[in-house]
Design a protein around this ligand. Structure first.
Ligand SMILES: [Zn+2]
Length: 367
């Protein structure tokens, strides 16, 4: 694990409470994010929860209540700090796998039969048809594992430069959390990568990447929010998975069938195709629709995203910019975002100070 990702929080302020499952005593703790979740209580030994073992439990509104597979059955962690909750959720890849158990195995067996039939369809009818048919059948858990493998490759591809200044992280978490409150999947993970390329993209399983090059070109939080919502639209519609099946071809499908993600050479090829993914016009249109809906719900401008993309691509269509190949910006799309624009009715997504912190997320903290 990248040690730069670790940071320690101040003394317990009551926003995070741990119940050990043996007594009813509330134990205020602080959280630290290393290669697992660390629960720290003054003058007590730290408690460690592996991220993959953390599960969501039902809790009151405004409180993230968590359990841990490896901890005593009644142990609970309650978090009332939204930014902290977002930060933690982004690391827990199996948060909502509570109800699976035996059923999970049955699902995968059932799915494999469907996949086997579909692979025959690939041979008979070619991949494009099968990609559309297969995508809805790919289990979420498989998508997540696939995303995890691709995540490592994406980070390696961009020099493992994950931006994480503390103030920038907090602002980014707030922005993502606001988008999430507008009706998005809670299991998405986001990261800012330091690279001059102005781009953003999504990986199957719920990972959204924002490149600092795009952040540098952005004038306000609405522009970035619109782009992130667009990427979340691709996730919601599983466009990345569809592309993987389409581009990965038969070897990828066989990897899917046998659940072999990490060993599959197809994934390396597929990651490349994901980063430079080019979605269909229809997929782009639907992702725009998703973004427009989210911005409407937040009472924020829909044209902001269009203006950012237009600023990046300029009037000259520079084909070397990946944002253009992955998100062809036509005048039609910008016009649509302008047409859909409504008077601002919601609060700013970030304060001016938070926006500045987000812009500076890749600047290392002052030592
Ligand atoms: Zn797109």
């Amino acid at each position: 694990m990248d040690s730069a990702l670790e940071y320690t929080l101040p003394r317990p302020d009551g926003s995070v409470v741990y119940f050990d499952g043996r007594s009813s005593r509330r134990r205020p703790v602080t959280l630290a994010f290393s290669d697992q979740l660390e629960l720290n209580e003054p003058s007590e030994a730290a408690i460690f929860w592996p991220y993959a073992d953390i599960r969501r439990a039902d809790g009151p509104a405004g409180t993230l209540r968590l359990t841990c597979v490896a901890a005593p059955a009644l142990a609970r962690l309650e978090i009332r700090d939204a930014a902290l909750a977002t930060e933690l959720v982004s690391r827990c890849t199996r948060l909502d796998e509570n109800a699976s158990g035996r059923g999970g195995v049955a699902t995968i067996i059932g799915w494999s039969l469907a996949a086997a039939v579909s692979i025959v369809a690939v041979v008979l009818f070619g991949v494009p048809l099968a990609a559309d048919r297969l995508t809805p059948l790919v289990p979420q858990a498989f998508e997540r594992r696939l995303g995890d493998v691709a995540d490592g490759q994406v980070k390696a591809l961009f020099g493992n430069k994950v931006c994480n200044s503390a103030a920038g992280q907090a602002a980014f978490a707030k922005l993502v959390n606001t988008l999430r409150d507008a009706g998005l999947d809670p299991s998405i993970q986001t990261a800012v990568l330091a690279t001059a390329i102005p781009n953003a993209f999504a990986l199957p399983g719920g990972k959204v990447y924002l490149f600092s090059g795009l952040l540098a070109k952005a004038d306000n939080a609405d522009e970035i929010a619109g782009v992130l919502a667009h990427e979340l639209g691709h996730l919601r519609h599983r466009d990345g998975t569809r592309n993987l099946i389409y581009n990965g071809g038969t070897s990828f499908l066989i990897g899917l069938l046998f659940g072999d993600v990490t060993g599959s050479a197809a994934v390396i090829f597929a990651t490349r195709s994901l980063v430079s993914a080019s979605y269909s016009r229809e997929a782009e249109h639907n992702a725009d629709t998703f973004s427009i809906d989210v911005m409407h719900r937040l009472g924020r401008p829909t044209k902001a995203m269009g203006e950012l993309l237009f600023r990046v691509t300029g009037k000259e269509m520079d084909k070397t910019l990946s944002i253009l190949s992955s998100h062809p910006l036509t005048e039609d799309r910008l016009q649509r975002m302008r047409d859909e624009d409504r008077p601002v009715s919601g609060p700013p997504l970030l304060t001016a100070a938070e926006w500045n912190s987000l812009k500076a997320i890749c600047t290392p903290p002052h030592k």
